[in-house]
Write a protein of this length. Structure first.
Length: 196
Protein backbone atom coordinates (compact mmCIF):
# COMPACT_ATOMS: atom_id res chain seq x y z
CA UNK A 1 0.00 0.00 0.00
CA UNK A 2 1.06 3.58 -0.58
CA UNK A 3 -0.07 4.67 2.90
CA UNK A 4 1.57 3.28 6.04
CA UNK A 5 1.16 3.64 9.79
CA UNK A 6 4.12 4.53 12.02
CA UNK A 7 3.90 4.80 15.82
CA UNK A 8 0.15 4.22 15.46
CA UNK A 9 -0.21 7.38 13.38
CA UNK A 10 -1.81 7.06 9.98
CA UNK A 11 -1.55 9.70 7.21
CA UNK A 12 -4.45 12.17 7.04
CA UNK A 13 -5.95 12.79 3.62
CA UNK A 14 -7.99 15.72 2.38
CA UNK A 15 -10.62 15.66 -0.34
CA UNK A 16 -9.84 14.87 -3.97
CA UNK A 17 -6.20 13.90 -3.43
CA UNK A 18 -4.40 11.91 -6.09
CA UNK A 19 -1.77 9.52 -4.74
CA UNK A 20 0.03 7.33 -7.24
CA UNK A 21 0.17 3.67 -6.23
CA UNK A 22 3.99 3.71 -6.39
CA UNK A 23 4.26 6.60 -3.90
CA UNK A 24 4.88 5.91 -0.20
CA UNK A 25 3.43 8.09 2.58
CA UNK A 26 4.31 7.12 6.15
CA UNK A 27 3.12 8.26 9.56
CA UNK A 28 2.37 11.82 10.67
CA UNK A 29 1.61 13.33 7.27
CA UNK A 30 -1.34 15.60 6.55
CA UNK A 31 -2.48 16.37 3.01
CA UNK A 32 -4.94 19.20 2.48
CA UNK A 33 -7.54 19.11 -0.30
CA UNK A 34 -6.55 18.67 -3.96
CA UNK A 35 -2.94 17.62 -3.28
CA UNK A 36 -1.32 15.37 -5.88
CA UNK A 37 1.50 12.92 -5.14
CA UNK A 38 3.09 11.45 -8.26
CA UNK A 39 5.02 8.23 -9.02
CA UNK A 40 7.90 7.12 -6.78
CA UNK A 41 7.47 9.94 -4.24
CA UNK A 42 8.48 9.25 -0.61
CA UNK A 43 6.88 11.32 2.17
CA UNK A 44 8.14 10.07 5.54
CA UNK A 45 6.65 11.63 8.66
CA UNK A 46 8.24 9.37 11.25
CA UNK A 47 10.28 11.53 13.67
CA UNK A 48 8.27 14.75 13.14
CA UNK A 49 5.17 15.83 11.23
CA UNK A 50 4.68 16.86 7.62
CA UNK A 51 1.91 19.17 6.41
CA UNK A 52 1.18 19.80 2.73
CA UNK A 53 -1.14 22.64 1.77
CA UNK A 54 -4.09 22.73 -0.59
CA UNK A 55 -3.47 22.24 -4.31
CA UNK A 56 0.23 21.49 -3.90
CA UNK A 57 1.83 18.89 -6.16
CA UNK A 58 4.74 16.61 -5.34
CA UNK A 59 6.26 15.36 -8.56
CA UNK A 60 7.94 12.10 -9.54
CA UNK A 61 10.78 10.85 -7.36
CA UNK A 62 10.70 13.67 -4.81
CA UNK A 63 11.67 12.88 -1.20
CA UNK A 64 10.09 14.73 1.74
CA UNK A 65 11.42 14.09 5.25
CA UNK A 66 11.97 15.62 8.71
CA UNK A 67 14.57 15.75 11.53
CA UNK A 68 14.41 14.30 15.02
CA UNK A 69 15.22 15.86 18.39
CA UNK A 70 18.50 14.53 19.73
CA UNK A 71 22.02 15.20 20.90
CA UNK A 72 22.80 17.63 18.11
CA UNK A 73 19.43 19.34 17.79
CA UNK A 74 17.34 20.32 20.84
CA UNK A 75 14.02 19.89 19.09
CA UNK A 76 12.61 18.09 16.09
CA UNK A 77 12.21 19.90 12.79
CA UNK A 78 8.93 19.28 10.95
CA UNK A 79 8.25 19.98 7.29
CA UNK A 80 5.58 22.48 6.28
CA UNK A 81 4.60 23.08 2.67
CA UNK A 82 2.12 25.85 1.86
CA UNK A 83 -0.70 25.93 -0.65
CA UNK A 84 -0.21 25.85 -4.39
CA UNK A 85 3.41 24.66 -4.17
CA UNK A 86 5.03 22.81 -7.06
CA UNK A 87 7.81 20.45 -6.02
CA UNK A 88 9.69 19.31 -9.10
CA UNK A 89 10.93 15.86 -10.06
CA UNK A 90 13.60 14.33 -7.77
CA UNK A 91 13.67 17.30 -5.39
CA UNK A 92 14.63 16.67 -1.75
CA UNK A 93 12.74 18.82 0.76
CA UNK A 94 13.95 18.24 4.31
CA UNK A 95 12.63 19.61 7.62
CA UNK A 96 12.02 23.14 6.33
CA UNK A 97 9.20 25.61 5.66
CA UNK A 98 8.00 26.34 2.14
CA UNK A 99 5.50 29.20 1.75
CA UNK A 100 2.54 29.49 -0.60
CA UNK A 101 2.91 29.34 -4.39
CA UNK A 102 6.57 28.43 -4.49
CA UNK A 103 8.19 26.38 -7.24
CA UNK A 104 10.98 23.97 -6.31
CA UNK A 105 12.96 23.11 -9.43
CA UNK A 106 13.92 19.67 -10.66
CA UNK A 107 16.58 18.07 -8.46
CA UNK A 108 16.72 20.96 -5.98
CA UNK A 109 17.60 20.30 -2.32
CA UNK A 110 16.29 22.27 0.65
CA UNK A 111 17.93 21.55 4.00
CA UNK A 112 16.80 21.72 7.65
CA UNK A 113 15.16 24.86 9.04
CA UNK A 114 15.45 26.76 5.77
CA UNK A 115 12.51 29.06 5.02
CA UNK A 116 11.14 29.88 1.61
CA UNK A 117 8.74 32.79 1.86
CA UNK A 118 5.67 32.97 -0.41
CA UNK A 119 6.16 33.22 -4.19
CA UNK A 120 9.75 31.97 -4.41
CA UNK A 121 11.13 30.21 -7.49
CA UNK A 122 14.05 27.86 -6.79
CA UNK A 123 16.03 26.82 -9.84
CA UNK A 124 16.75 23.26 -10.92
CA UNK A 125 19.61 21.65 -9.01
CA UNK A 126 19.82 24.46 -6.44
CA UNK A 127 20.92 23.75 -2.86
CA UNK A 128 19.39 25.74 0.01
CA UNK A 129 21.66 25.42 3.09
CA UNK A 130 20.29 24.84 6.60
CA UNK A 131 18.58 27.87 8.12
CA UNK A 132 18.73 30.06 5.00
CA UNK A 133 15.77 32.37 4.32
CA UNK A 134 14.71 32.95 0.72
CA UNK A 135 12.81 36.19 0.31
CA UNK A 136 9.40 36.40 -1.32
CA UNK A 137 9.17 37.34 -4.98
CA UNK A 138 12.66 36.27 -6.07
CA UNK A 139 14.43 33.65 -8.17
CA UNK A 140 17.20 31.70 -6.43
CA UNK A 141 19.73 29.54 -8.27
CA UNK A 142 22.99 27.73 -7.62
CA UNK A 143 24.70 25.69 -4.93
CA UNK A 144 24.52 27.24 -2.42
CA UNK A 145 21.40 29.04 -3.61
CA UNK A 146 21.79 32.77 -4.16
CA UNK A 147 19.24 35.42 -5.02
CA UNK A 148 19.42 35.97 -8.78
CA UNK A 149 16.75 38.63 -9.39
CA UNK A 150 13.16 39.63 -8.65
CA UNK A 151 10.49 37.57 -10.35
CA UNK A 152 8.64 39.16 -13.24
CA UNK A 153 4.87 39.54 -13.04
CA UNK A 154 4.56 36.78 -15.63
CA UNK A 155 6.65 34.44 -13.47
CA UNK A 156 4.55 35.23 -10.43
CA UNK A 157 1.44 34.38 -12.43
CA UNK A 158 3.11 31.14 -13.56
CA UNK A 159 3.61 30.00 -9.95
CA UNK A 160 -0.14 29.99 -9.42
CA UNK A 161 -0.82 28.62 -12.91
CA UNK A 162 1.48 25.66 -12.22
CA UNK A 163 -0.51 24.67 -9.14
CA UNK A 164 -3.83 25.04 -10.94
CA UNK A 165 -2.60 23.06 -13.94
CA UNK A 166 -1.48 20.15 -11.75
CA UNK A 167 -4.83 20.23 -9.95
CA UNK A 168 -6.54 19.78 -13.32
CA UNK A 169 -4.13 17.00 -14.28
CA UNK A 170 -4.72 15.05 -11.06
CA UNK A 171 -8.48 15.40 -11.63
CA UNK A 172 -8.00 13.78 -15.04
CA UNK A 173 -6.10 10.93 -13.39
CA UNK A 174 -8.77 10.52 -10.73
CA UNK A 175 -11.44 10.36 -13.43
CA UNK A 176 -9.75 7.27 -14.85
CA UNK A 177 -9.61 5.44 -11.52
CA UNK A 178 -12.37 3.12 -10.42
CA UNK A 179 -13.70 4.70 -7.17
CA UNK A 180 -13.49 1.30 -5.47
CA UNK A 181 -9.72 1.17 -6.00
CA UNK A 182 -9.00 4.86 -5.37
CA UNK A 183 -7.29 5.30 -2.00
CA UNK A 184 -9.15 8.54 -1.45
CA UNK A 185 -12.50 6.78 -1.63
CA UNK A 186 -11.55 3.68 0.32
CA UNK A 187 -9.61 5.27 3.20
CA UNK A 188 -11.14 7.69 5.68
CA UNK A 189 -9.59 11.17 5.66
CA UNK A 190 -8.51 11.07 9.28
CA UNK A 191 -5.77 9.36 11.27
CA UNK A 192 -6.49 5.77 12.13
CA UNK A 193 -4.72 3.27 14.36
CA UNK A 194 -4.67 0.72 11.57
CA UNK A 195 -1.62 -1.03 10.22
CA UNK A 196 -1.39 -2.79 6.88
Amino acid sequence: MALRTFNNIYPTLGNANYIDTSAVIIGDVTLADHVSVWPMVVIRGDVAGIEIGEQSNIQDGAVLHVSHAGKFSPKSAPLTIGKGVTIGHRAVVHACTVGDYCLIGIGAIIMDNAILEDHVMLGAGALVPPGKVLQSGHLYIGSPAKQARPLTETEKEFLEYSAQNYAKLKDAYLAEINPETNLNHSIASHKRNTSF
